[in-house]
Design a protein around this ligand. Sequence first.
Ligand SMILES: *Cc1c(COP(=O)(O)O)cnc(C)c1O
Length: 332
Amino acid sequence: MHKIPLAKLELGHWPTPLEPMLRLNQMHQGPELWVKRDDCSGLAMGGNKTRKLEYLLADAQQQGGTTLLTAGGVQSNHARQTAAAAAKIGLGCELFLEQVDGLGEPDYQHSGNLLLNQLLGARVHQLPAGQNLDEAMALRAQTLTASGQVPYIMPVGGSNVVGAMGYVACGLELAQQMQDQSLTFNAIVLATGSAGTQAGLLAGLALAGLDIPVLGITVSRSSEEQCSKVLALVHEVQDRLSQPHLHEDHVICFDQYYGAGYGQPTQQMVEALRLAASLEGLLLDPVYSGKAFAGLLDLVRHGYFYPSDRVLFLHTGGTPGVFAYSHCLSES
Ligand SMILES: *Cc1c(COP(=O)(O)O)cnc(C)c1O
């Protein structure tokens, strides 16, 4: 088995389940759809940031970090999972959360991940939309240093080369599950934002000798911008692993499913959430997995896959987000 040459903490529940979507598959004559349940990864309601945090927090510990700093949108899942990891390890946690235009509803401003950040004991800094989050963190880090703390700054989404190793590990884990269950997949579909998930998974599959297309549904960017972001990180990860670079043809993104912008609800997302919940008992989220699942369903409808294909949806979590969006999900 391949080994990832970086330190890691155990924070999650592995391997995450791999399940067929039986009732959904009965509904259409199409590719067989499966789901990998990274929403069941542990750490305060789960999600894809658990895998990244296992490597990031090991790095923080090696550097003697005492306080974790990270940033994101108001309803950032990465921020909530960082707060949980900090609590579990016994580190301080400060979150720099930026307003998202057009989302001023009370549930968005108080419920979901924000409520959980409070319970998890994190200190939240609220910033207006368009603020430079990196600058705000760097400034705060100076103050913390002056008071004898050792700040450890993580980028938005935890998507640097260290965090992306979590999804290299996911690629290896999936390869093992496929071998154990004699399963093959013709494609993997996931939501792609800060790019660490798609980049790490591509590098991990390559490391395991698997050539499965990974289709990223973008949540805030054009395919072109997203693909170059993913490719740059894949290459950084492969350099760290002393592996040959993947060709850019392996990075595939679709940008027609995120609607008006990051976090902005779409009708297709709401329909995808209802379908997954009512047919599979599966809770998606409004910002990432709901839009990615809407993309998957649309690609299926338009014949993107062969009917004989088996396609895997990576459920990246985000479930607490449904409470922040009750204003557009609730039927009453
Ligand atoms: C952060 C996040 C993603 C996107 O992962 P990246 O590594 O940032 O591309 C997808 N789904 C959920 C629920 C997330 O919180």
